[in-house]
Structures are given as structure tokens and as C-alpha cells.
Design a protein around this ligand. Sequence first.
Ligand code: AMP
Length: 192
Amino acid sequence: MMRLIFLGPPGAGKGTQAQIVSEWLSIPHISTGDILRSAVKNQTELGLKATSYMDKGDLVPDSLILDMIRDRLEQPDAVNGWILDGFPRNVAQAQKLDEMLTTMGQGFDRILSLEVPDEILVQRLLGRGKDQGRSDDTEAVIRRRLEVFYESTAPILEFYRDRPELTVVNGDAELDAVSKKLKSAIRPLSSV
Ligand code: AMP
């Protein structure tokens, strides 16, 4: 049983690392970005509402995100733990998450914050745009997503500052080296 929150700017490798850790611990990787992209692709009501924000690199309104995350955390596969990737994205979402978990009689075990310098992030994201074709990986939208990260998401670190669960990990290293560091931050809590 492990409940983990991955934080970090776009391009920090959160998604990749969250996937690796999710397989290691056999817990679901819950990426709000992935859920939203699939909603857009399937043209659901949520997708239709979210798409214009995502195209600009802006945050999708909290009301949509909170319903979506509540539904996801209530799914049967989430009873044994989860990794949140891309949520919370601002202080209001972090506060709501605390409330939601309290209501569910849950908490979380670790907040893992990946730090990577801006120049590296932009390089990585531009590279990803060409290879994987994510429509929000163009230079203008990347810059906006970084701006939104510093304006809205980075203040979450301040919000969580005094929590003993917060662990900052340098994400500016080889993929395997980062995975190792993350696992050693988590291992003392787990039986793996
Ligand atoms: P990501 O894959 O996490 O980079 O998310 C891609 C896009 O989805 C973001 O640029 C936002 O437009 C939207 N998004 C993902 N997660 C959230 C969230 N927790 N709150 C608001 N918008 C989000």
C-alpha cells in the first residue's frame, strides 16, 4: 500500500518515472494529463471542455479536474495505493486533495518533487514534440506551460514545505539514475 504524489515542471520526467515506479510497486499511475488527452480524443464532454485550455498550455478549471480525480480515486484498483502525476497543479487543488483524502479516510506517503533546470526542460520538451507528436509540445505552448508551472504549481512546494513526506529529487540526470534515487526515497516505506 503506497500513495505517492509526483511533482515537477513539464519535461522533468514525472510521467516516465511515475510509470516505472507504478510497475515496481504494482499500483496505478494516475496521470491527469493522460486522462484529459484520452477525453479529448474520445470527444467526451470533459474533453470538449478541456481542449482549449490544454492547447494554450493553461490549466483546465479546477471544478472539472476535481470531479475527474475523485472518480478516479474511487475506482477499485486505487484501494491499494496510487501515484498521482500532474495533480495537484495549484494550491487550491492541493487543499482539495487533503480534504478529499480526509473524507476517504486516506493520506499519502510521499511527495516526490523532481527538479530540473529550465534550459534542460525546454530542450527535452521540444525533442519530445518531434518524436511523440504531443500537440502542446510546440515552443510557444511549452513556454506558457513553464510559466503556468512557476505561477501556479511551484507554490504547492511552499504549501507542502513542512510536511515530513516531501522529498526533493534532482531530475537532471540519466533516467536510470533518477529512478534509483526515487526508489531509495520510497523503499524505506515499502516492503519491496
Ligand atoms: P500534463 O500531461 O500533466 O503535462 O498535462 C497536460 C495539460 O493538461 C496541462 O497543460 C493542462 O492543460 C492539463 N492538466 C493536466 N493536469 C491538470 C490539473 N491537475 N489541473 C489543471 N489542468 C491540468
